[in-house]
Ligand binder design. Structure first.
Ligand code: NDG
Length: 373
């Protein structure tokens, strides 16, 4: 199993990305070592060793995507403080249960200068993250970790957090935007995607169902990929959920759904042989087996009833987001070739078609009484 835990390093040049910014944080300088980490694709990250041997993660935040960095760090502060308290009460090591950011000289967890916005967190020793294609075991553990995350935060008032990416999972707004793009056809690509557009338009009612149901607003992670789970290097026991940049008020089913969308498809999100896409029911079951027992003491009846609808909605929403971007001329997602967003759309459509056929099977798994003991 170890091959699934790869910790990639970009190499070492012994220079942090911004030395002046580093002096704003309470760490012992000069640095002994700097290693640039490359597994994240949004922020820029260094693993640094301070003069006293302590290791830290030094990060420059991508402010093109995260415009409200103050709100984001405030959310992270509230959430990590809460998880540390919960961990201490339940006998888990608080320093390994979540990230710990250091205050900068301005007493916030963020330092900004003309080059960007920076933050420093303690490096959690002897840990690795799940990388590469998930296995049933890693997906189950990821499910348990994300479920525990929601449970730990279930008594935190979600309205204390800012909606740092407004309307992120507002499917009706995503649909309205998509229909406008179809109408204006700005990149003249409509002809090459006619069937995909028609199929997704035919499913607008299906995609809108969830938005009509009243559900509890919780604190959710919103990027529940297996690579965002930190496990102990020796025991492989999951410890902490990382990459807290998208933590916001949201729905429980979204965190259930996005992992499944990402990891329970037979193919990767941008597989060119998109016709091979489909639901790997064993992987779906593995995630449910980890996630549901972790939330069983807090999940409401309405939430149980919408787990599967949540998965279908998130896959639908992702399909229209990719197709919208394809039709708009690739303005949001990075692409490597002109059909990239169309290929991504089709891997989502393949998964969606399969899920719509296998809804009863998915429901039976999500309602399995043994998961709610
Ligand atoms: C990005 C998106 C996420 C989406 C994923 C698809 C943002 C901030 O791409 O929503 O599901 O691969 O838009 N994140 O991570």
């Amino acid at each position: 199993m170890l091959e699934h835990f790869i910790f990639k390093l970009r190499g070492s040049n012994n220079l942090p990305m911004d030395e002046k910014a580093l002096t704003q944080f309470p760490i012992a300088l000069p640095l002994k070592e700097v290693k640039a980490l490359t597994n994240g694709i949004i922020n820029t990250t260094d693993l640094i060793t301070a003069a006293d041997g302590q290791k830290y993660i030094f990060q420059k935040i991508n402010t093109n995507i995260f415009k409200n960095t103050e709100g984001m760090m405030k959310n992270i502060d509230i959430v990590t403080t809460h998880i540390r308290e919960k961990a201490a009460k339940s006998g888990r090591d608080p320093e390994r249960a979540t990230l710990h950011f250091l205050p900068a000289s301005n007493n916030t967890l963020l330092y900004k200068n003309e080059n960007g916005a920076y933050r420093v967190s303690k490096y959690i020793a002897n840990t690795v993250s799940f990388e590469g294609k998930a296995t049933e075991k890693s997906l189950e553990m990821a499910g348990r970790s994300f479920g525990t995350f929601i449970k730990d935060l279930s008594d935190l008032d979600a309205s204390l957090l800012s909606e740092t990416l407004p309307n992120f999972h507002n499917t009706p707004m995503r649909i309205a935007h998509f229909l406008e793009t179809v109408k204006s056809n700005p990149a003249n690509r409509l002809d090459s995607a006619r069937e995909d557009v028609d199929y997704l338009i035919s499913l607008i009612d299906e995609g809108s169902k969830l938005s009509k149901i009243k559900l509890p607003l919780r604190v959710t992670h919103n990027d529940t990929k297996t690579s965002n789970v930190l496990v102990d290097k020796t025991t492989l026991e999951p410890l902490a959920v990382i990459d807290l940049d998208t933590v916001m008020p949201g729905l429980l089913c979204h965190d259930f759904a996005d992992s499944i969308r990402y990891s329970a498809n037979y193919v990767a999100e941008d597989e060119k042989e998109y016709y091979r896409a489909g639901l790997d029911i064993d992987m779906y079951k593995a995630y449910a087996k980890g996630f549901i027992p972790a939330v069983s003491s807090i999940i409401t009846k309405e939430e149980i009833d919408t787990l599967v609808q949540g998965v279908i909605t998130i896959v639908y929403e992702q399909a229209i987001r990719f197709l919208d971007d394809y039709l708009a001329g690739d303005v949001y997602y990075h692409t490597q070739y002109s059909e990239h967003n169309l290929v991504r759309t089709r891997t989502q459509i393949g998964l969606l078609r399969d899920m719509l056929k296998r809804r009863n099977e998915m429901e039976a798994i999500a309602r399995d009484p043994s998961l709610y003991k």
